[in-house]
Write a protein that binds this ligand. Structure first.
Ligand SMILES: [Zn+2]
Length: 247
């Protein structure tokens, strides 16, 4: 069992941890008394948030060029459940579809949004970031991150924001949607081993963040910010990790 598998086995249900509602567990926020710098002290289960050495997000800079494992995305069209969980707007998948990285196969569980982007490229954050969370049956996680900018048009994101509950709660999309609309045309990516960016900050995530941005409508970014003005964790040190860049 490698270190990642060991850490995964400690977490009863990593996807549950990644999708927990605000009502579950200690109350955390991004700023103030329950803000990101306090997460590690709030609960013994959140300890990795302060002592972990492989945390996320990070600044994507000075990456090592590598011909890494190919990313294969095959998401399914679905009328997703749209949830306001108190921390973000999240789309829960039933069927989801698959992500393959090399020989490893994951199933898509949910995707959700942050503003500003959690990852930065050369120190710069963008308006937003979407995270597609995938898991293996053993609970190993792989997240696809896509950086979002304004000044564009994206029907899928407009539909999501039009249906997003204004308070904690959930709704169903009326029509099926394929989230491929959130993928940039070119698939250069940054890859590194990191953590959940929310408590418990478990270090069980294989991160793949695309190097190119996608453009969405300014009004949809404004609609998201009206619900969540800031839901991005501060950048974490790379420490002794490799940051790879591949195509
Ligand atoms: Zn996220």
């Amino acid at each position: 069992m490698d270190r990642r598998q060991f850490l995964t086995s400690l977490l009863a249900c990593p996807v549950c941890a990644a999708t927990a509602n605000a009502a579950d567990g200690p109350h955390w926020e991004y700023e103030g008394d329950h803000g990101a710098s306090k997460w590690g002290d709030m609960d013994p289960k959140f300890k990795a948030c302060s002592v972990g050495a492989e945390q996320s997000p990070i600044d994507l800079t000075a990456a090592i060029r590598a011909s890494g494992d190919h990313i294969g995305i095959s998401w399914k069209a679905e009328a997703y459940e749209v949830v306001n969980n108190g921390h973000t707007i999240q789309l829960n998948a039933k069927a989801g579809g698959t992500l393959t990285i090399g020989a490893r196969k994951y199933e898509m569980k949910q995707f959700h949004f942050h503003t500003p982007s959690e990852h930065a490229v050369d120190g710069k954050r963008t308006a937003m970031e979407v995270h597609f969370v995938h898991a293996t049956p053993e609970g190993r996680l792989a997240v696809i991150g896509v950086l979002m900018v304004g000044g564009g048009k994206n029907t899928a994101f407009s539909t999501i924001m039009a249906n997003a509950p204004k308070k904690e709660g959930s709704a169903m999309l009326k029509d099926k949607m394929v989230p491929d609309a959130f993928l940039p045309k070119t698939r250069e990516y940054f890859r590194y081993e990191g953590s959940l960016t929310t408590p418990p900050c478990a270090e069980v995530v294989d991160w793949n963040v695309f190097g190119k941005t996608i453009a969405v409508a300014d009004k949809d970014i404004a609609a998201f910010k009206a619900l969540f003005p800031m839901n991005a964790r501060p950048l974490q040190p790379l420490n002794r990790r490799f940051l790879l860049r591949g195509v």
